[in-house]
Design a binder for this molecule. Structure first.
Ligand code: HEM
Length: 457
C-alpha cells in the first residue's frame, strides 16, 4: 500500500513538474495558445479520438482567439497565414525538412518514403521515384487509363434503370484502386475491383482502415520479388510499373529489401487510392446533384466524347476542358480526402514539417530548430476572404481571370520537398477520366432527395 502511494506521489510530482516545464520553461513557452493544449497532448487526443478527428476545428477556433501562430500541443506549433505557406513547405534548395516522427510511430509502414523522418534519407528514397512520375512518362499510361475509364463508365451506365443504390465512394475507390494498382504493380489482375458487382466494398474498407494483413496486401512481396527479377523479360507492361522501375533502378541493395518495398507499395496504393477516390466521389456527387454543373460538363464533354466509346479522350484532351478542370480544382479545394490524424494523405490535417538545423523566423517569433510546425490546407481552402462562401461547391469560381490569392491558398498536394509525388502526372490522372465518365454516365441518373438511384448515382 505504501509502495503504491509512493508510486502515485512520484507520478503526480513528475506530471506536475512536466506541466510546469511545458508552460514556463520549454522553448515553446513564449508562443501564444491555449494553456491546456500547451500543457498536455490529451487535449488533442480528446478532440481527435473522442470527437472523431475534430481537433482541426479547435485549432481553427484557437487561431481566431490567439492569432496566426499558436502552440497546438506541448511540442508543436500551427501557423495560419497563407503568405507564410511557402516558408514552411520549402524545397531542398531552401532548407532541409524532416518529417514529424510522431506521425510515423505505430503505423508499421517502416521504410515507406513518405514516412521517412530524416531529410537526406527521404531524398534518397524519393529520388528514384521522381522520373516515374514525370510528365515525360505520361504517354505510357494512356491505353490502360482508357480501358479503365471505359469500364468505369460501362459499370455505371449498366445500372441505369435498375434501381440499384450505388455507393459512390465504393465505386470511385474501385476505379482509382484498379488504376493505382496497375501503376504500382502492373500484374494485379484485370480490373478486379471494378468488376465486383458491389464495387469491392472490402477494398474500400481496407484502405480506410489501413489494415494490411489480408491476402491482397500479403501478395505484395511476391509481386515485388517478381518485379525485382532483373533477368526476366521486360515487357512493355513491366516498363510502366512503378515497382519494376524501383526494383530495376540503381538504388542501393539495402533500400530494395522486400519488406521496405512492400511497405512503400502499401502506402502508395492505399494513400493514392483513398485520396483520388474521395475526390472523384465528392465531385461525382455534385455532378449528379446539381443540374447546372451536369449541364455545363456534358456540353463541354460533347466534342471530346463524340466518338465514345470507340475513342476515349486522352488525358491531354481532357486537360484542355476548362470547366472539367474547374470542377477538379474545386473538388480538390473542397474535399478533405482523409481526415486521419495519423496518415496525412488528406488536406485536412496540418501536415507538420520540421527544420532540423535552422530556426524559422515568423514575424517576431523565432521557431527553434527541431520544432514541428504545420499549416492546414483546410484553413487555407476555407478562407472566406479568398473563396467567398467557402462551404459551397462552386466550380465557376475558377473560371476566367481569378484573383491570384486563390492559387496561393490552393494547396491540396502540399508543397516543397515532401509534396505529393502523384500530383501532376500519373497520380492525378484518374481524376479527369473518372469525372468525365461519371459526368457522361450521369444522364440516366435519378437523384431522389436523400435516396441515390440509377446510373452513376
Ligand atoms: C486527389 C488525389 C491526391 C491528393 C489530394 C494527394 C495529396 C497529398 C498530400 C497532401 C501529400 C503530403 C502528405 C504529407 O505531408 O504527409 C501527399 C504526398 C504523397 N502523395 Fe499524394 N495525393 C493524391 C494522390 C496521389 C496519388 C494517386 C499518388 C500516387 C500513386 C500519390 C503519391 C504521393 C506520394 C508518393 C506522397 C509522398 C511524397 C513524399 O513524401 O515525398 N498521391 N499527397
Amino acid at each position: 500500500m505504501a509502495l503504491i502511494s509512493l508510486v502515485l506521489a512520484l507520478l503526480l510530482t513528475y506530471n506536475i513538474a512536466l506541466i510546469v516545464h511545458r508552460l514556463y520553461f520549454s522553448p515553446l513557452a513564449k508562443f501564444p495558445g491555449s494553456k491546456l493544449a500547451a500543457a498536455t497532448g490529451w487535449y488533442e487526443f480528446y478532440f481527435d479520438y473522442w470527437k472523431n478527428g475534430k481537433y482541426i476545428f479547435e485549432i481553427e477556433r484557437m487561431h481566431k482567439v490567439y492569432g496566426p501562430i499558436i502552440r497546438v500541443t506541448p511540442d508543436e506549433l500551427s501557423i495560419h497565414d497563407p503568405n507564410f505557406y511557402n516558408e514552411i513547405y520549402v524545397t531542398e534548395s531552401k532548407r532541409r525538412t524532416n518529417y514529424y516522427d510522431l506521425y510515423c510511430n505505430g503505423i508499421d509502414f517502416e521504410g515507406a518514403h513518405i514516412l521517412t523522418v530524416d531529410h537526406a534519407l527521404h531524398r534518397k528514397r524519393r529520388k528514384p521515384l521522381e522520373p516515374f512520375f514525370s510528365r515525360m512518362n505520361v504517354q505510357t499510361l494512356q491505353p490502360m487509363l482508357a480501358e479503365m475509364t471505359l469500364r468505369f463508365e460501362r459499370r455505371l451506365r449498366g445500372l441505369a434503370g435498375t434501381g440499384t443504390v450505388v455507393r459512390l465512394d465504393h465505386a470511385a475507390a474501385a476505379f482509382s484502386g484498379d488504376i493505382i494498382a496497375r501503376i504500382c504493380l502492373d500484374n494485379m489482375g484485370q480490373g478486379c475491383f471494378l468488376d465486383d458487382p458491389e464495387f469491392s466494398p472490402h477494398w474500400y474498407n481496407l484502405i480506410h482502415m489501413l489494415v494490411r494483413s489480408i491476402p491482397l496486401f500479403k501478395a505484395f512481396p511476391v509481386l515485388i520479388r517478381n518485379a525485382g527479377n532483373k533477368t526476366g523479360t521486360t515487357s512493355q507492361a513491366t516498363a510502366t510499373s512503378l515497382f519494376h522501375h524501383i526494383a530495376q533502378s540503381d538504388m542501393p541493395e539495402s533500400e530494395r529489401s522486400l519488406e521496405r518495398l512492400a511497405n512503400e507499395a502499401q502506402v502508395l496504393l492505399g494513400g493514392g487510392t483513398a485520396s483520388t477516390a474521395r475526390t472523384i466521389a465528392f465531385a461525382s456527387f455534385y455532378i449528379l446533384d446539381r443540374p447546372d454543373i451536369r449541364a455545363h460538363l456534358r456540353t463541354e464533354l460533347g466534342e471530346v466524347m463524340a466518338d465514345w466509346p470507340r475513342r476515349v479522350p486522352s488525358w491531354a484532351d481532357l486537360e484542355k476542358l476548362v470547366y472539367l478542370q474547374a470542377v477538379i480544382k474545386e473538388a480538390l479545394r473542397f474535399v478533405f480526402p482523409l481526415p486521419l490524424p495519423l496518415l496525412s494523405y488528406g488536406v485536412m490535417h496540418r501536415l507538420p514539417r520540421i527544420s532540423p538545423d535552422q530556426p524559422i523566423q515568423y514575424g517576431s517569433y523565432s521557431i527553434p530548430p527541431g520544432t514541428p510546425v504545420g499549416m492546414s490546407a483546410y484553413l487555407m481552402h476555407s478562407d472566406p476572404t479568398v473563396y467567398p462562401s467557402p462551404s459551397q461547391f462552386q466550380p465557376h469560381r475558377w473560371l476566367g481571370r481569378i484573383d491570384p490569392s486563390m492559387n496561393r491558398n490552393w494547396v491540396p498536394f502540399a508543397r516543397g520537398s515532401r509534396n505529393c509525388l502523384g500530383m501532376n502526372t500519373r497520380g492525378n490522372k484518374p481524376l479527369p477520366g473518372g469525372l468525365a465518365s461519371a459526368g457522361w454516365a450521369a444522364d440516366g441518373a435519378v437523384w431522389h432527395g436523400r435516396e441515390r438511384r440509377g446510373a452513376g448515382a
